[in-house]
Design a protein around this ligand. Sequence first.
Ligand code: GUN
Length: 306
Amino acid sequence: MGRWLEGKPVADRVRDKVKEEVSRLLQRTGRAPGLTGVLVGDNPASQSYLRMKEKACASLGLRGRILTLPSDLAPERLRAVIEELNADDEVDGILVQLPLPKGFDTQEVISWIDPRKDVDGIHPTNLGLLLQNEPGPRACTPLGCLELIASTGVSLEGRDVVIVGRSLIVGKPLAAMVTNADGTITICHSKTKNLPEVAARADILVAAMGRPGFIGPEFVKDGAVVIDVGSNAVKDKDLVLRLFGRDEKRLKEVDDKGYTWVGDVQPGVIDKAAWLTPSPGGVGPLTIAMLMRNTLEAFQRRLVLK
Ligand code: GUN
């Protein structure tokens, strides 16, 4: 029987350090790091994520702001808004909340952001720096996964790390970060053959495909560290009961639209794993803490350049 790897205590340590440094820099420079979140449209999950990010900014002394734009905005208008933010000296970090509404080319929109202000670490320049193992802003969720793994005392060096999911914001950057830290990486996806067998070779297994409860005990080696990046809104109560059991707390936590939030990993995996992150409450708090750290670092880099 393994242990739950809760995100909050690990995230709190990161946040405390950021808060201290923000206050020190405010005294020295009279300015606090500024983060602007751009929301296009009214996706309720995106609204709620951005509100959490804005709250985190306020609690750590950063200047957080959300710009809300209509979903029928012309792409050239969005480009003009991003270019204004690029030129705005008060803005250290820019985050365009994904997914964007239909009609926008996500890669193109990301490429409009000044790479020095790309606190999501997904601008092509920053992904290139990551592959070169050179310093630069890194994607927040992969950074959070590494912080959680480090908190268990398990080193990545020489470990077999299997990531299920190949997104540009989680799976691919995490694979590069693990490689840079001397882990041996396997990326799996929907076309991977014998997925349970491949996953069960992992010393460290990261589930990041966005499929509720897909990873059961048969995917997990005894004593593995399992990181659940999944955060899925599910309406089907029978599915929740079948895969996640009668967890009264989870069943009570139904949001105002009737959704229950679950991860990609079934809780029964805890019987085999050494460590398992809960979802919600595992990776999520780290993603936000890393965004705060990235914004602080973007501010610091701009100070040095001035
Ligand atoms: N949507 C879901 N996760 C993220 C994230 O980390 N950054 C951005 N910009 N959008 C997201």
